[in-house]
Design a protein around this ligand. Structure first.
Ligand code: MD3
Ligand code: FE
Length: 203
């Protein structure tokens, strides 16, 4: 079911559950070509989440900064193409939440093992903030932190479980957000990990 969190944000509970095995197969195929890797922030901090991408653009971070790159710096090759089932899932979820015509050109794949977390941040490396972001959570649950437009705004906690899809756009696009450390556990399909896909219009 669709839960409207605010004017530009919706949580589609279990939206991605029906096709989860096919979805995971497609994600695993991408990860064989461009394996998840730890990145370093421009400030030199190792990130606990391992990241990869598919589509025309992939998100990378190193001492030089955050940016979108057409090339996987580890392989020196283009990122894997965005698999059709992933693209269709993102388009369908966006339309359901009121963003018809969403055409993502990048899908970030965040891989969490127990203990991995993501600090409060804004997503501002994309060129066009008018496009929404669609996020798909798979595997172990995580507590998502949703803040406001200032880092100091108080945060709400939202539990994201397997198959939950979040769509963010419009007035909510620049909200601070993060993920609390993932707790150990075993998911029947993914085992002891969480994978989050975020579909974006990067360029
Ligand atoms: C709210 N990923 O990759 S997805 C990220 O679960 C990121 O891996 C988290 O934040 C994860 O940048 C959260 C949900 C999400 C994504 C983008 C947002 C929520 C958002 C942008 C604005 C507000
Ligand atoms: Fe983010």
């Amino acid at each position: 079911w669709l839960e409207r969190l605010s004017a530009g944000a919706a949580l589609l509970h279990g939206w991605a559950r029906a096709g989860d095995a096919q979805l995971l197969d497609a994600v695993e195929a991408v990860l064989r070509q461009s394996p998840p890797r730890g990145m370093v922030t421009p400030g030199g901090q190792a990130m606990s989440v391992a990241t990869s991408s598919c589509g025309d653009w992939g998100w990378v971070s190193d001492r030089r900064g955050y940016r979108y790159s057409a090339v996987d710096p580890d392989s020196g090759q283009a990122w894997p193409a965005m698999p059709d089932p992933l693209r269709e899932l993102a388009r369908g979820a966006a339309a359901e939440a009121g963003f018809a015509g969403f055409d993502p050109d990048a899908c970030l794949i965040n891989c969490y093992l127990p203990g991995a977390r993501m600090g409060l941040h804004q997503d501002k490396d994309e060129r066009d903030f008018s496009a929404p972001i669609v996020s798909v959570s798979l595997g172990l649950p995580a507590v998502f932190l949703l803040g406001g437009l200032r880092r100091s705004d108080k945060t709400a906690r939202i539990l994201l479980g397997h198959g939950d899809v979040l769509v963010w756009g419009g007035p909510d696009r620049m909200r601070f957000h993060g993920v609390q450390p993932v707790q150990p556990g075993i998911h029947p399909l993914l085992g002891g990990r969480r994978i989050n896909l975020t579909f974006r219009k990067a360029r």
